[in-house]
Design a protein around this ligand. Structure first.
Ligand code: ATP
Length: 401
């Protein structure tokens, strides 16, 4: 349908990039990127109206997102028709604008396009030997200045290499070294580095990519204080296992997976390092706080746990309840002691769900004078409940009184 509508408006239309790459790799990908040779925004408006969908447009970039009622999204970009007038009264020549659009992309494997308009529906367009590189499992840039033009591509090269089990091509590897040598990362905005680094940490198994980042000397871009110490690989592998355990046990609790790997990388670093990292990557306040402050609360709980496991549930609860799930999983990842992992797992599966049946207003009906004492009474009552001393609401009321 997209093809017919675009064609009817006189535009060429292609599905491009990751979707086509993953189609050839037989991997699932729901991100559809469309390129219109013509006016992408006009097309998107007409198509959305026809389909009863909404759109967001970004006029400056000539892009739109079509959002269908079921939440499905399609990105639409514009490859403008470009005309080059020839001298000596020859007619103007239309260059293939899709080719120019694809030439601006990062790697050959992302330059494949499939034509959608009825004339050549389904034809694979491959200007830069992307198909060959997929077959030969190679990540290759399109031109030698690619990493100078956009240094974030270095991180993307590593992400794709590890995700697909490909190898970064020889020249491309040389160009990465060259980019590092030229220090092209110095000027790179922190937010862009963060975005790519986070994407790597969100990969199904980010550990090999993290090690590749160390090998290439790229971790220094984030901070030279983040080092590949002796225990790091074990800890990262442990983080992976803990995440798999969490996925299995708590399918409906969404967590930020990258945070656990990032905390593990920062584990031996002092606060000063994490402050610099947070500034460099321009982290939003929530994540800055997590990396600079809250991870030390988690560390405190970890040290407390290494001093011997608590006899009482209430003690364990008091230590762990201020920590977000990501921090609990991080403590599990860095602790070698199975008993500590078990204690955290006990807290997560049982203790954190225990709450009181009584509230502040129940204390009032007991004749207790409202005031700051209320929170202490409720905390003491919860502690007694956690330690199995209170069976029901009447017990709670009696204890509070
Ligand atoms: P992922 O599967 O991780 O989402 P992707 O390549 O499918 O990766 P995006 O990262 O959203 O999806 O990128 C979409 C397309 O945009 C890519 O296929 C690539 O062609 C292009 N692209 C993205 N980032 C860059 C970049 N920094 N430089 C050049 N082209 C890029």
């Amino acid at each position: 349908k997209i093809g017919r509508v675009a064609h009817g408006m006189g535009f060429g239309v292609f599905v491009v990039g990751g979707f086509v790459r993953d189609l050839l790799l037989r991997r699932e990908n729901d991100d559809i990127d469309i390129v219109i040779e013509g006016d992408g925004i006009t097309f998107a408006k007409a198509f959305a109206e026809m389909m009863g969908a909404r759109i967001n447009t970004y006029t400056k970039f000539g892009t739109s997102v079509i959002i269908f009622p079921n939440g499905f999204k399609v990105d639409v970009a514009t490859a403008r028709m470009e005309y080059y007038p020839f001298p000596a009264a020859l007619p103007e020549v239309e260059t293939s604008s899709i080719k120019l659009d694809l030439y601006r992309r990062d790697f050959t494997i992302n330059t494949l396009a499939i034509r959608l308009d009825p004339d050549g529906f389904g034809t694979l367009t491959d200007f830069f030997n992307g198909q060959r590189d997929i077959k030969e499992k190679r990540i290759r840039i399109l031109h030698n200045l690619s990493f100078v033009e956009d240094p974030t591509r270095v991180f993307r090269a590593i992400k794709f290499e590890q995700r697909f089990g490909f190898t970064i091509g020889k020249v491309t590897r040389e160009m990465i070294k060259n980019a590092i040598h030229l220090d092209v990362f110095r000027e790179l905005g922190g937010l862009r580095v963060f975005n790519e680094f986070r994407q790597i940490l969100e990969e199904e198994n980010p550990v090999p990519a993290i090690l590749r980042i160390f090998d290439l000397g790229l971790m220094e871009i984030i901070h030279p204080g983040i080092t590949r110490h002796n225990e790091l690989i074990d800890q990262l592998d442990e983080a992976k296992k803990v995440l798999a355990w969490h996925d299995l046990m708590y399918t409906d609790e969404p967590i930020e997976r990258w945070v656990i790997y990032f905390l593990t990388l920062l584990a031996p670093c002092d606060r000063e390092v994490s402050e610099v990292v947070a500034r460099r990557l321009m982290l939003p306040p929530k994540h800055r706080k997590l990396l600079t402050e809250e991870r030390f609360h988690a560390r405190g709980a970890y040290i407390w746990l290494t001093h011997g496991l608590p006899a009482a549930n209430s003690d364990l609860h008091r230590q762990l309840s201020p920590l977000r799930t990501e921090l609990l999983l991080y403590v599990m990842a860095i602790s070698k002691d199975e008993a500590i992992k078990k204690a955290i797992s006990h807290y997560m599966s049982q203790l954190r769900h225990i709450t009181l049946s009584i509230k502040g207003r129940d204390l009032k009906t007991l004749g207790l004078k409202p005031g700051p004492r209320y929170s202490q009474i409720l905390a003491d009552t919860l502690a007694a409940k956690l330690d199995g001393k209170l069976k029901d609401r009447d017990d709670e009321l009696a204890f509070a009184a």
